[in-house]
Design a protein around this ligand. Structure first.
Ligand SMILES: [Zn+2]
Length: 70
């Protein structure tokens, strides 16, 4: 019943094989639709939409050189 909303195993297999490829159509043509900050992890989140099939994914961006320093 609850499995309708869950991505299939093949979905995860494709994302794992190439995280930047669209899991639905296989392209890498992402368009940034929205950029926002969250206070919980102080990272930049970008909502990306596939130009071809309009699949939506979100990327998280942060400064890695800031970790471990005061
Ligand atoms: Zn796509």
């Amino acid at each position: 019943m609850a499995s309708e909303q869950r991505p299939s195993e093949s979905y995860f297999a494709r994302v794992f094989a190439d995280p930047w490829a669209c899991p639905r159509c296989g392209c890498r043509d992402w368009r940034v639709a929205n950029t926002y900050h969250t206070k919980t992890d102080s990272a930049i989140h970008r909502r990306r939409i596939c130009r071809h099939c309009h699949h939506v994914r979100i990327t998280v961006e942060r400064f890695t050189d800031a970790e471990g320093f005061e």
